[in-house]
Design a protein around this ligand. Structure first.
Ligand code: PMP
Length: 420
């Protein structure tokens, strides 16, 4: 067995995949490889490193926390980095999203959100003693919410990468996004018909990321939130990708003026330095968990929840949003992505070019040979990872104009040489 089979890699056919590149150092928007090559990072490490790599302020906060207390369990104990982070998130998030439950990855944050919605109904007396009734979720086609079983069950059941698990997953309801009046009417009919079975609705607001960087407008999101509100269904906003400025506002929900009942965060929460996630609930959701009976409590508690190092990194990341002009940088990136990717519109085989905030996407009419594309990007010294039928850029918000130009030029060059 080849030596590199000891390490089982993500989303990888281990038999045929090329060996991964060895990264030895990161700085700003650059990934340095063991062979000395310097790559400009176009995707900020799976959309996390919003301040660039090794930001000195985050590094200093982590070093200081490391010297005092890298970790302590969260059951029965608390600590200042978590207390402060929870208060700051509650203040930053819209409305009364005031109750923060920490975990360690986006998928787990989604699991916790689903569990909260399920228990919200149980605590309100819905369902029988075995927990039957109000067990299903309404989710959207092309959506993606993570790789654990509950999260997989609300991903697109046919087109998503988890389609082959369908029979093993809880059965959920899927709808199209209510982009127009007819779709809104269909959505409402589906909800009305199933209202007694539904525990909640889950959506990636404004951008369905891993499903192909598909955008919808604020009106669509507001329509959906309105249906959920009228049928008293908890709305879960998965802002794991969109949170912290990626779409142009601090949170995507702000653009539709909505306050979801439960909201999930991860990825850029620590500025891409540490694994941390949060599931945040509104006051009326949290209130259903308060009782003299302990079985009303949320029965969840990851070993590394609220890891102090990760909370210190997240606090430092929030400092940077306060002290550096991140949203203005996103607006500038947006303009440069529009300009830089515009030439792709005229390339045969390109179906769409779209930009929202610091997300730029070129969609082909069919899936190209991804291995070829990845090689072509490396030849241009940029780190870009196309998937499905798209090439996309989600750079750090601190990227320089020159670096961004290098990325968009590389995308235009590679798209021009691609046949689909
Ligand atoms: N939700 C969304 C919207 C995501 O983009 C992702 C990760 N790509 C997840 C959930 C899962 O997060 P994680 O990989 O940290 O489990």
């Amino acid at each position: 067995m080849p030596a590199n089979h000891t390490l089982w890699r993500p989303y990888t056919q281990m038999k045929t995949a090329a060996a991964p590149l060895e990264a030895v150092r990161t700085e700003g928007c650059t990934i340095e490889l063991a062979d000395g090559r310097q790559l400009v990072d176009g995707i900020a490490s799976w959309w996390t490193a919003c301040h660039g790599y090794n930001h000195p302020h985050i590094r200093a906060a982590c070093e200081s926390q490391l010297a005092r207390m890298p970790h302590v369990m969260f059951g029965g104990l608390t600590h200042e980095p978590a207390e402060r982070l929870a208060r700051r998130l509650a203040a930053l998030l819209p409305g009364d999203l005031d109750h923060v439950f920490f975990s360690d990855s986006g998928s787990v944050a989604v699991e916790v959100a689903m569990k909260m919605a399920l228990q919200f109904w149980r605590n309100r007396g819905a369902g029988n003693r075995r927990g039957e009734g109000r067990t299903r979720f309404l989710a959207f086609r092309e959506g993606y919410h993570g790789d654990t079983l509950g999260a997989m069950s609300v991903c697109d059941p046919d087109e998503g990468m988890h389609a082959r698990f369908g029979a093993a997953l809880p059965r959920q309801l899927f709808a199209e996004l209510p982009r127009d009046d007819a779709a809104a009417a269909r959505l409402e009919a589906l909800v009305a018909e199933n209202t007694g079975n539904l525990a909640g609705v889950i959506i990636e607001p404004l951008v369905q990321g891993a499903g192909g960087m598909r955008f919808h407008d604020a009106k669509t999101l507001a329509t959906l939130a309105d249906v959920a509100r009228r049928y008293d269904l908890p709305l879960i906003a998965d802002e794991i990708f969109t949170g912290f400025g990626r779409t142009g506002t601090m949170f995507a929900c702000e653009q539709a003026g909505i306050v979801p009942d439960i909201l999930c965060l991860s990825k850029a929460l620590t500025g891409g330095t540490m694994a941390l996630a949060a599931t945040v609930a509104r006051r009326h959701v949290f209130a259903t968990f308060l009782a003299d009976d302990s079985c009303f409590a949320l029965m969840h508690g990851p070993t590394f929840m609220a890891n102090p190092l990760a909370c210190a990194a997240a606090n430092a990341s929030l400092d940077l949003f306060e002290t550096e002009p991140r949203l203005a940088q996103v607006a500038a990136i947006s303009r440069l992505l529009e300009q830089g990717l515009a030439p792709c519109r005229d390339v045969p085989g390109v179906k769409d070019v779209r930009v929202m905030g610091a997300i730029g996407t070129v969609q082909f009419e069919a899936s190209p040979d991804l291995a070829d594309l990845k090689r072509a990007f490396l030849e241009r010294d940029v780190w870009v990872r196309p998937f499905g039928d798209i090439v996309y850029l989600t750079p750090a918000f601190t990227i320089t104009e020159t670096e961004l130009r290098q990325l968009t030029d590389a995308v235009v060059g590679v798209v021009r040489q691609t046949r689909v």
